[in-house]
Design a protein around this ligand. Structure first.
Ligand code: SAM
Ligand code: DTB
Ligand code: SF4
Length: 332
């Protein structure tokens, strides 16, 4: 796949505004063109997500069903065993996933027995031939290096929104804390997965500012998840309106144009979208999704594996193979 466009890290806010605010069909056409210059548009990365430690989180992220301070009624669960996690990863691989992402409802990683267990899980999942990803909250440089040595391929840590709007959503940490973890991940030679959420009550300018931060990092994140707020009862954002799918399309298309080589992941929100709405997201340059055996993303619904299989068949999409993804990351 040859590119006619170059990777740019010097986008201005004005340029991003011009892309983002284009008439929708022009924007989709431009994004679909860039998508085809850099990727096989028929291939979609299937990434299985598993919550290995659920609920009871001390943070105050106002969208999150796992924050202990909100009364969301979810069942708090201790860290899963390595054997259970590896068995689920094996089934994920057998059903066509090439990446396996383990999520923990932690503020940060602590140097304790749980971290040692996570390192063993990373090793176990890596051994069965999947790209291993973790999302465990903030990590230090040393912890990132240990994860990399254990076989971690990618680390997910989202900016979530713009720097200006961040404090409206989260007070227990700062935007700079987020950026500092991303820096630690990059330094350890781990592939960076970072994106955000729309539907938090932010403005278009906030979305543009977040995309500006991501697309002007020294190296673009290799994966950019675009989440629609999954509204969880009991959280402060539970009563916000459902995200309009065209807003997701606009966000995905802009991310695709700004970061042409990255995997753009249609993330939370698929359970509330029709096949047609998801199709527009793929047309606009999304080339990755989260699936999960449990039909829950973490604590909210996600489409059934069988429905995704039917959607892929209908659209002529194929799950991306691991080798092809790995080859696109020059730094590893
Ligand atoms: N605790 C770690 C952290 O926050 O970095 C890792 C897990 S956390 C669930 C990972 C990401 O999931 C968050 O940064 C956020 O972008 C996304 N997320 C969480 N709850 C969400 C929701 N209700 N709707 C959409 N995205 C959500
Ligand atoms: C990401 O960007 N989205 C995923 C994953 N990274 C960890 C999580 C979405 C969570 C949606 C709400 C829930 O089920 O808790
Ligand atoms: Fe905790 Fe992560 Fe949820 Fe924030 S998003 S409350 S850090 S699990």
């Amino acid at each position: 796949m040859n590119s006619n466009t170059t990777i740019r890290n010097d986008w201005s806010i004005q340029e991003i505004e011009n892309i983002y605010h284009q008439p929708l069909l022009e924007l989709i056409y431009q994004a679909a063109t860039v998508h085809r210059q850099w990727h096989k548009a028929s291939e979609v990365q299937v990434c299985t997500l598993l919550s290995v430690k659920t609920g009871g989180c001390p943070e105050d992220c106002s969208y999150c069903g796992q924050a202990a301070r909100y009364h969301t009624g979810i069942t708090v669960k201790a860290l899963m065993s390595k054997d259970d996690v590896v068995a689920i990863a094996q089934r994920a691989k057998d059903s066509g996933s090439s990446r396996f992402c383990m999520a923990a409802a932690w503020r940060e990683v602590r140097d304790n027995r749980d971290f040692e267990n996570i390192l063993e899980m990373v090793q176990g999942v890596n051994e069965i031939g999947l790209e291993v990803c973790c999302t465990l909250g903030m990590i230090t440089e040393t912890q990132a290096a240990r994860l990399q040595e254990a076989g971690l391929y990618a680390y997910n840590h989202n900016l979530d929104t713009s720097k200006d709007y961040y404090q409206e959503i989260i007070n227990t940490r700062t935007y700079d804390d987020r950026l500092s973890t991303l820096n630690n991940v990059r330094k350890a030679g781990i592939s960076v997965c970072s994106g955000g959420i729309i539907g938090l009550g932010e403005t278009h300018a906030d979305r543009i500012n977040m995309l500006h931060t991501l697309s002007t990092l020294a190296q673009h994140p290799e994966s950019v998840p675009v989440n629609a707020l999954a509204r969880v009862k009991g959280t402060p954002l539970a009563d916000l309106p459902k995200v309009d799918s065209w807003e997701m399309v606009r966000m995905i298309a802009t991310a695709r144009i700004l970061m042409p080589k990255s995997m753009v992941r249609l993330s939370a929100g698929r359970a509330e979208m029709t096949t047609e709405e998801q199709s527009w997201c793929f047309m606009a340059g999304a080339n990755s999704i989260f699936t999960s055996e449990s039909e829950e993303l973490l604590v909210t619904p996600n489409p059934r594996l069988d429905d995704d299989r039917k959607m892929f068949e209908l659209l002529g999409l194929k799950p991306m193979q691991k080798e092809k993804i790995t080859n696109t990351i020059p730094s590893l």
